[in-house]
Design a protein around this ligand. Structure first.
Ligand code: MV4
Length: 496
């Protein structure tokens, strides 16, 4: 493979191109007119404009992307995440054009993209799943019967869904008909497929997922878990690896289960198997057939570059390691920085990065796709960057992330950094005792504001102490440095 086109934008486009470049592979960027000043455009060896802002008129234009591949003699396409990454039709078109799709087969994308088909595929492999129906539910009568067997509360899910869309909890028999109708129409309009099924509702699960890698020669390994329970509106905000709740035995069992899931669809490439974890039990939920946003926490604890492995697998290499070669080293946590207002219900807060200075330091990684002075476009996901830290253990990683957040300077728009700091400071997070309801259970703008006030008091106390220190310094040896607090704190103080 000599030249790769990255059919994506922002941080993930840059991150993929960095690994390609390290492997001596040329890179091609595509971009929309609103992204013309993006770092991913400047970084690539060649860049081609594929249209205007809206995704449907740029990053989703499969035919245009293939045309560019032919013109520039591209031999591989990396789809990143989102956009065309889980589009089986696109993967098929790429293959038909004689280009390597850096990802799984169209068939695997198709099977795992449909929850009922996925359940069917893994059935023969003895994999724990939440009790539920293995067929689509077509009438309120069927729903009532299934719910009676499973027992309330139940959850109605869209088969074509994902990310929580089209899900409805039903606590009581009397609500099932209405909720069923709503779920079907929601699924039909969101996915063009109204098929729904029913599962037992697991009340307070944790969301734990396993990273896998599979080559074209039948070898599959897992790269341990990521804990992804801290999310709001089905959007993850903090992820970490390893999970604070898994024992070595459970980790091993979950990893082996994930490998079986991968084998059930003859998976090739990097993939993620999602589980619900509930008090020592875990259940297979779905498989994501792409590189995930939160992949860096795995890279940091395992010491593997997942994008390089994706490329090696795509060109037909055998996996370079066996399961027993892999182990967990330390702890990694990721904070996603979105252009959203932590103080105001996570309202999108797009605008200009008037000031943008990411933190640096040992064990600090920032995957970003913007520079100071740039506007965050309205057309795409509002994620600005990912701040990832790696340290010896969970406590050290939490401390490192907290300090890195303090050092992260973003002015011009509100971000999720204050929310992330709130999470890191919360006793439930610190203790590791939390589930997917963390935000609903523990977070509110009021609590965040109280914390921020306490922060201001802390800064005031520090500055007062420094003044005393400086006075003493003048009196004695002039050795009165103002200490190690970041200038950022002082900026913030002077603004308030
Ligand atoms: C569930 C569940 C409880 N019981 N299934 C949400 C996204 C989709 N991937 C599956 N999801 C859930 N499925 C049963 N039977 C709770 C969730 C869920 C959830 C899962 C992972 C992360 C965050 C979540 C937030 C709310 C609900």
């Amino acid at each position: 493979m000599k030249k790769i086109l990255v059919a994506n934008r922002g941080e993930i486009a840059l991150r993929v191109m960095r690994s390609a470049r390290e492997m001596g592979i040329k890179t091609v960027a595509v971009y929309s007119t609103v992204d013309r000043h993006s770092p991913h455009v400047a970084y690539a060896d060649e860049s081609v404009c594929i249209g205007v802002g809206p995704s449907a008129e740029s990053y989703l234009r499969a035919d245009e992307i293939l045309k560019i591949c032919r013109r520039l003699k591209v031999d591989g396409i990396h789809p990143g995440y989102g956009f065309l990454s889980e589009n089986a039709k696109f993967a098929r078109q790429v293959k038909a054009a004689g280009i390597i799709f850096i990802g799984p087969t169209p068939k695997a994308i198709e099977v795992m993209g449909n929850k009922l088909a996925a359940k069917e595929a893994v059935k023969k492999y003895d994999i724990a799943m939440v009790p539920g129906t293995d067929k689509a539910i077509n009438s309120p009568k069927m729903a009532l019967k299934a719910a009676e067997e499973i027992g309330y509360p139940i959850l109605i899910k869209a088969s074509a869904g994902g990310g929580g869309k089209g899900m409805r909890v039903v606590e009581k028999k009397k609500d099932i008909e209405e909720q069923m109708k709503l779920a079907v129409s929601e699924a039909a309009s969101a996915f063009g497929d109204g098929s729904v099924f029913i599962e037992k509702y697991v009340h307070s699960p944790r969301h734990i997922e396993i990273q896998i890698l599979a080559d074209k020669h039948g070898n599959v390994v897992h790269l341990f878990e990521r804990e992804c329970s801290i999310q709001r509106r089905h959007q993850k905000v903090i992820e970490e690896a390893p999970s604070a709740v898994l024992t070595d035995e459970l980790r091993d069992e979950m990893g082996r289960t994930a490998i079986k899931v991968a084998k059930s669809c003859r998976y090739v490439g990097a993939g993620t198997v999602e589980f619900l974890y509930d008090q020592g039990d875990f259940y297979f939920l779905e498989m994501n057939t792409r590189l995930q946003v939160e992949h860096p926490v795995t890279e940091m604890i395992v010491g593997v570059d997942l994008v390089k492995e994706q490329i090696r697998i795509a060109r037909g290499d055998k996996l370079r390691f066996k399961q027993e070669d892999l182990s967990i080293n330390g702890h990694a946590i990721e904070a996603r920085v979105y252009a959203e207002d932590s103080y105001n219900n996570f309202m999108p807060n797009i605008g200009r990065l008037e000031r943008y200075k990411p933190p640096h330091g040992p064990g600090v990684r920032v995957d970003d796709g913007y520079e100071e002075g740039m506007d965050i476009p309205i057309y795409y996901d509002s994620m600005i960057s990912k701040l990832i830290v790696h340290a010896n253990d969970r406590n050290e990683a939490m401390k490192k992330l907290e300090l890195a957040i303090d050092d992260y300077q973003i002015l011009g728009l509100e971000t999720t950094l204050p929310f992330c700091k709130f999470v890191l400071g919360h006793k439930a997070f610190k203790s590791g005792d939390f589930n997917t309801h963390f935000v609903a259970d523990h977070f509110s703008a009021e609590k965040l504001k109280k914390g921020a006030d306490a922060d201001t008091l802390e800064i005031a106390a520090l500055l007062a102490a420094r003044l005393v220190h400086a006075e003493r310094g003048r009196a004695s040896s002039q050795n009165g440095g103002l200490g190690k607090r970041s200038a950022w704190k002082e900026n913030r103080l002077s603004e308030q």
